[in-house]
Ligand binder design. Structure first.
Ligand code: NAP
Length: 321
């Protein structure tokens, strides 16, 4: 028998973030009969929606588009009753809910919940050199899927040596005549198969051991990059019409600062059940501390977080067995 009296307007679970982790959590929580709300953000686009082709998600031998995959997850979650609102959570605070502790999420309205799952993902990191802010949208981009068609028959530079930079460079060659990858080391961080494709692509060139010092341009946007060779100190200039920056990601965890434990880079620390250090707050996907940030691990995290949240809510309500 339940010994608490929880108000009607309280959700069992609120999920923050509408990517693979969030929607998988939504599928599991809703299917388990939890009254669940997702705040998917006003931009409505998780990072994976910008990936044209996901080729390592099990069950799709021919690959699947990132956007298509999220749409399928969304449809599946809605089938089980997940409510979704395209709102940004602005703040979170702990409140009393009829004798038990819960959380209030301030978005367009204030939403109350017993359990919260943070699946807020990451955002592209900026490089912080002169010209970056000035030419965003006028030659500088953080998304090849979005902006590559603007560079048809042009020359572009890509900064970075990870999976994203090298995959996106390959995508850019469908439009640009020449893609120059500038990397601060003499070898790439990207996975072997992704590297091999880039090395075999005649439109891709590399400038090794180098760092861009400044992005220069004029009224029509970016015109060149000033590059420093880190080993020799030599400076050079590369004429380009566009610069795509893919130097990693920062976690979207500002909201939870001071509420849950974060690692020094701002990622949420979770245990194997996706519990954070705060009671009733769970987390999953790219915003958490983990070895492998991929769609498959995000989905796994989302499922575990929802299962753990469901158990937590049932215990609070006194109806666990
Ligand atoms: P990442 O793996 O962190 O790579 C970032 C790259 O940018 C590194 O090469 C790094 O250089 C460079 N870099 C970092 N800060 C820099 C700075 N200030 N100036 C110049 N260069 C800088 O990031 P990511 O490529 O975005 O990938 C993020 C995660 O998503 C990874 O776990 C990745 O495996 C995953 N991902 C997977 C796929 C796939 O499997 N198909 C596709 C995309 C992304 P150093 O190498 O010197 O550190």
């Amino acid at each position: 028998m339940s010994s608490v009296s929880i108000p009607e307007d309280v959700f069992d679970v609120i999920i923050l973030g509408g990517g693979p982790a969030g929607f998988t959590a939504g599928i599991y929580a809703s299917r388990a009969g939890m009254k669940t709300l997702m705040l998917s953000g006003s931009a409505g686009a998780s990072q994976i929606t910008f990936t044209p082709h996901v080729e390592n998600f099990p069950g799709f031998p021919d690959g699947v588009g990132g956007y298509e995959l999220v749409q399928k997850l969304k449809k599946q979650a809605a089938k089980f009753g997940l409510q979704t609102k395209s709102e940004d959570a602005k703040s979170i605070k702990q409140i009393d809910l009829g004798g038990v502790k819960g959380w209030e999420v301030e978005a367009k309205s204030a939403y109350k919940t017993l359990a919260l799952i943070s699946a807020t993902g990451t955002s592209w990191r900026k490089i912080g050199i002169p010209g970056e802010d000035e030419y965003v949208g006028r030659g500088i981009s953080y998304c090849a899927t979005c902006d590559a068609p603007f560079f048809r028959d042009r020359e572009v530079a890509v900064i970075g040596g990870g999976d994203t930079a090298i995959e996106e460079a390959g995508f850019l060659t469908k439009f640009a005549t020449k893609v120059t990858i500038i990397h601060r080391r003499d070898k790439l961080r990207a996975t072997q198969i992704i590297q091999q494709r880039a090395f075999a692509n005649e439109k891709i060139n590399f400038i090794w051991d180098s760092y861009p010092e400044e992005i220069a341009g004029g009224d029509d946007g970016v015109t060149s990059l000033k590059i420093k060779n880190i080993k020799s100190g030599e400076m050079s200039e590369l004429k380009v019409d566009g610069v795509f920056i893919f130097i990693g990601l920062d976690p979207n965890t500002e909201l939870l600062k001071g509420i849950v434990d974060l690692d020094p880079s701002g990622y949420i620390q979770v245990d194997r059940d996706m519990k954070t250090s705060a009671p009733g707050i769970f987390a999953g996907g790219d915003c958490t501390c983990k070895l492998l940030r991929q769609v498959i691990t995000a989905c796994g995290d989302g499922a575990t977080a929802a299962f753990a949240a469901q158990h937590y809510v049932r215990v609070l309500k006194g109806d666990s067995y």
